[in-house]
Design a protein around this ligand. Structure first.
Ligand code: URP
Ligand code: ZN
Ligand code: ZN
Length: 464
C-alpha cells in the first residue's frame, strides 16, 4: 500500500518546510518536492495544501479503565484511544498498576488483558510499582532490558494505596539507573497531605475546594526536591509527572541548572484552568478534583515560560476521566472520596497549539517537540515515533492551523459527561490522522477499527 501526502507544510521539532511524503508499508519511505510526478500508482493521495503535517502526538500519561476510589476511569482502551486519535494523538503510554503481593509481570499481564482487541492507536505501558522486595529487583531489570517496559511510576502520595517509602524509591531508582530505565515520580508529600485532609474533614470542611486547600504547592515542591535528590544519589534519570505550579518548577530548574538528568511534564489543566473553578456554586468544583489540584492563575504564565525554556519538556494530559453525574458524586459529602482525575486526551494538541503557538508563547517547532518528539525521546520511542523522517512509522497528523473549534462535551468523543474546557474556542484543529500509514481519522471522522493499535516495545534511556 502506497500513500502520498502532497503539498503540506512538514513541521518537526527542528524543521519547517514544504514537501511531499511517500508512505509504504506503514513507514515513511521518501520525502521530497513534487513526488507525484515520480510516483506512479499511489493507492491513496492526500492533499495537505494549507495544512501542517506533523508527527502524531504522543501522550505519555493516560489512565484508561483505572480502578480508583471505588470506581474505574470512564474511558477504556477503545473509547479513550479513539478520542485520542480524534485529537491527533497516535501513541499513548498508559499506567499499569502493580498491587501489593503481585509480581511485576502479573501486573502487566492484567493491563495487556484490559487492552486486548481495543486500542485504536499504538500504545505502551509504564508500570506503577507499589511493592518492591529485594527479590523482585531482577524482575524490574528484566522488564527494562528484555520486555520494552522501560519506565516506572512511583508515588510519594496516597498512603495505604500507592505510596512507597524513600528506601523503595532509592532501590527502584538504583536498578532503573543501572539498566537504562526512567523513574516517573508522583511528587507530593502524601504523609503531610493526609494529616491536612483528616484535619479538614474533622472541621467539617467537606466541599470539593478542600481537595485543593489540603494539597499546598509546598507539598508538591518538597516531593520534587526529594525525588530529584534520591535520583541523584541513585544515579537515575527522574521524570516528574503532572507538575502543576511554580514552587515545584523551581526545584526542577535548580536541578537542571546543576546538570542533573531531571525532567518534567505539565498538563493542559495547569496551563488553562485555575483554583477559582473550585469556588463555583454547589458541587461543580468536583469536576476539577485531580491531583495535584488546580493552582492560582499566576502559575500558568511561569509554566508556559518553563515549556518555552525547556525546564519543562513535555505536555501530557494525565487523562483520567470520571463522570460528573455518577462517579464524582461518590464524594458529594466528603471531598476525599471524589475520584481524582479529569478528561483531556482529545483536546491536548488544539489547546497547546492555540495557547502556545497562536498566542505567541512558543514556536510551532517547540509545539511539535513538547507534544510528540520529547516524549518519544524520553520514553524510548524515538526515532520510530515522534518525528517525520525516512524510516519512521507513518504516524502523521494533518493539522489545520487556521480552523477554529469550540470544545464541548456535546461534540467530544471521550466517554465522560463533561469537558473541563467546555466552551473554549481554540484555533488549530486535527483534520486527518494516519497510524502506521493507515488513515484512521479522515476529515474529522474516525474511519479506523479498534484493535488495530499495537503494543510498542520501548527502548532504554539514552541521555537526553
Ligand atoms: O488526579 C489524578 N492525577 N489521577 C490520576 C492518578 C495520578 O496520580 O496520576
Ligand atoms: Zn500521579
Ligand atoms: Zn496520572
Amino acid at each position: 500500500m502506497k500513500t502520498l501526502i502532497k503539498n503540506g507544510q512538514i513541521v518537526t521539532a527542528v524543521d519547517n518546510y514544504s514537501a511531499d511524503i511517500l508512505i509504504e508499508d506503514g513507514a515513511i519511505s521518501l520525502i521530497g518536492k513534487n513526488l507525484s510526478g515520480l510516483i506512479d500508482g499511489a493507492d491513496k493521495v492526500i492533499d495537505a495544501s494549507g495544512k501542517l503535517v506533523i508527527p502524531g502526538g504522543i501522550d505519555p500519561h493516560t489512565h484508561l479503565e483505572l480502578p480508583f476510589g471505588g470506581t474505574f476511569s470512564s474511558d477504556d482502551f477503545k473509547t479513550g484511544t479513539i478520542a485520542a486519535a480524534y485529537g491527533g494523538t497516535t501513541t499513548i503510554i498508559d499506567f499499569a498498576v502493580q498491587y501489593r503481593g503481585q509480581s511485576l509481570t502479573e501486573a502487566l499481564d492484567n493491563w495487556f488483558k484490559k487492552a486486548e482487541g481495543k486500542p485504536a492507536i499504538d500504545y505502551s505501558f509504564h508500570l506503577i510499582i507499589t511493592d518492591l522486595p529485594d527479590s523482585r529487583l531482577p524482575e524490574l531489570k528484566n522488564l527494562i532490558l528484555n520486555e520494552g517496559i522501560t519506565s516506572f511510576k512511583l508515588f510519594m502520595a496516597y498512603p495505604g494505596v500507592f505510596l512507597v517509602d524513600d528506601g523503595t524509591i532509592f532501590k527502584a531508582m538504583t536498578v532503573a539507573g543501572q539498566s537504562g530505565g526512567v523513574i516517573c515520580m508522583h511528587a507530593e508529600n502524601g504523609v503531610v497531605i493526609d494529616v491536612l485532609v483528616k484535619r479538614a474533614l474533622a472541621e467539617g470542611k467537606t466541599a470539593p475546594k478542600y481537595h485543593a486547600l489540603t494539597r499546598p504547592t509546598k507539598a508538591e515542591a518538597e516531593g520534587v526536591h526529594r525525588a530529584i535528590a534520591i535520583a541523584e544519589m541513585a544515579e537515575c534519570p527522574v521524570y516528574i509527572v503532572h507538575l502543576s505550579c511554580y514552587d515545584a518548577l523551581k526545584k526542577v530548574q535548580e536541578a537542571r541548572d546543576a546538570g542533573l538528568p531531571a525532567f518534567a511534564e505539565t498538563c493542559p489543566q495547569y496551563l488553562f484552568l485555575d483554583y477559582t473553578l473550585y469556588e463555583q456554586e454547589g458541587f461543580e468544583g468536583a469536576k476539577y478534583v485531580m491531583t495535584p489540584p488546580l493552582r492560582d492563575k499566576w502559575n500558568q504564565e511561569l509554566l508556559w515560560k518553563g515549556l518555552a525554556g525547556n525546564d519543562l519538556q513535555v505536555v501530557s494530559t494525565d487523562h483520567c476521566p470520571f463522570c460528573f453525574k455518577e462517579q464524582k458524586e461518590l464524594g458529594r459529602d466528603d471531598f476525599s472520596k471524589i475520584p481524582n482525575g479529569g478528561p483531556g486526551v482529545e483536546n491536548r494538541l488544539s489547546l497547546i497549539y492555540n495557547g502556545g503557538v497562536a498566542q505567541g508563547r512558543i514556536s510551532v517547532n517547540r509545539f511539535v517537540e513538547i507534544v510528540s518528539t520529547a516524549p518519544a525521546k524520553m520514553f524510548g520511542l524515538f526515532p520510530r515515533k515522534g518525528t517525520i523522517a525516512v524510516g519512521s512509522d507513518a504516524d502523521i497528523v494533518i493539522f489545520d492551523p487556521d480552523k477554529e473549534m469550540t470544545i464541548s462535551a456535546r461534540t467530544h468523543h471521550m466517554n465522560v459527561d463533561y469537558n473541563a474546557y467546555e466552551g473554549m474556542t481554540v484555533r488549530g484543529v486535527t483534520e486527518t490522522v494516519l497510524s502506521r500509514g493507515k488513515v484512521i481519522i479522515e476529515n474529522g471522522q474516525y474511519v479506523g477499527a479498534p484493535g488495530e493499535g499495537r503494543f510498542i516495545k520501548r527502548g532504554t534511556y539514552g541521555g537526553k
